[in-house]
Design a protein around this ligand. Structure first.
Ligand SMILES: Nc1nc2c(ncn2[C@@H]2O[C@H](COP(=O)(O)OP(=O)(O)OP(=O)(O)O)[C@@H](O)[C@H]2O)c(=O)[nH]1
Ligand SMILES: [Mg+2]
Length: 301
């Protein structure tokens, strides 16, 4: 059999409760920042595709929004996007946290596996937070809940056992075509990643409801001849009070968001960035279907 014919390829969703480290895992496997990460729940709002090309395989990962109990239409939409991926893939990576026993959220997701034939690999993340001897009892607890194809403890933070995860995963992929060209990393354009980087800084620098009320839209992205990229972005919040907090005293919060986002964008593009940020209010947008759609948070199916 020629090398081309023996390629293993397929789609793999990374699913789990919010904040378990799905995007961290993806970025660590990718060796670069594809998805934004934060210590706050509900960071990821889209299905984000990442192509991992290896000798003899092409693994297409889907990072998904965390499954949670929705309090807005946006949340309902995000959970739907995540669960929908279960039906689109060749293998499922179900991510859980090592420092917690299986909870209602985990059991809710496990219930969705019961109607599928797709192999589910349980990935126990954050093993850097626990003692080695606490792992076995946890594995036993999960084994009682579902017949997982594999159970793999990892740390997305330190990278521990990730090579083993990828190699094991490959075994579950069918022989197949190369779906994407070698130079394609993600299905998202630069403008999407830029907007996400801005949102990531807002997540880090604000608290309570403010980070969750934010959507970012890139209004203009112009590549100037002297290798400067001019970007104008609008940060939407739901209320005037949130807008005030986001701008900060004398504009200090917005300035910090801009500075940190610009540094990340420059690293990403390797060009100088001129970043202009504006804050606007879209009252209650997280409960409005049309706005959720306009901001790109929707199920494409
Ligand atoms: N100690 C430790 N922390 C981790 C690990 N993986 C992720 N984290 C942290 O967990 C938090 C959540 O990480 P994310 O990658 O944003 O989690 P997520 O599952 O994508 O979250 P949502 O997008 O909100 O569903 C961040 O503070 C990460 O730094 C790990 O292996 N060990
Ligand atoms: Mg995420």
């Amino acid at each position: 059999m020629s090398k081309k014919e023996s390629l293993k390829s397929g789609f793999v969703t990374i699913i789990g409760r919010t904040n378990v480290g799905k995007s961290s895992l993806l970025n660590k496997m990718a060796g670069k920042k594809v998805s934004i990460i934060s210590e706050k729940p509900q960071t990821t709002r889209n299905k984000i595709l990442y192509v991992l090309n290896r000798e003899g395989s092409q693994v297409i990962f889907l990072d998904t929004p965390g499954v949670h109990k929705p309090r807005h239409k946006l949340g309902e939409q995000l959970v739907q996007v995540a669960l929908q991926t279960l039906k689109e893939v060749d293998a499922i990576l179900f991510l859980v946290e090592a420092d917690q026993p299986p909870g209602p959220g985990d059991k809710f997701i496990i219930n969705k596996f019961k109607h599928l034939k797709t192999p589910v690999l349980l990935v126990i993340n954050k093993i850097d937070l626990i003692r080695h001897e606490d792992l076995l009892p946890l594995i036993e607890q999960y084994s009682k809940l579902y017949s997982f194809a594999e159970i793999i403890p990892v740390s997305a933070l330190t990278g521990e056992n990730l090579p083993n995860l990828v190699e094991t995963l490959e075994r579950y992929l069918p022989l197949g075509p190369k779906y994407y060209p070698d130079d394609m990393v993600t299905d998202r354009p630069e403008s999407f990643i830029m907007a996400e980087l801005i949102r990531e800084k807002v997540l880090h620098l604000t608290s309570q409801e403010v980070p969750h009320s934010v959507a970012v839209v890139i209004e203009e992205l112009v590549k100037r001849p002297n290798d400067v990229v001019a970007v104008r972005a609008i940060i939407y919040t739901e209320r005037e009070s949130q807008k005030g907090i986001l701008i900060g005293k004398g504009g200090n919060v917005l300035k910090k968001v801009g500075q940190l986002a610009r540094e990340d964008m420059e690293r990403l593009l390797g060009s100088k960035i001129f970043l202009e940020l504006w804050v606007k209010v879209k009252p209650g947008w997280r409960n409005k279907e049309d706005q959720i759609w306009n901001f790109g948070y929707r199920d494409e199916q």
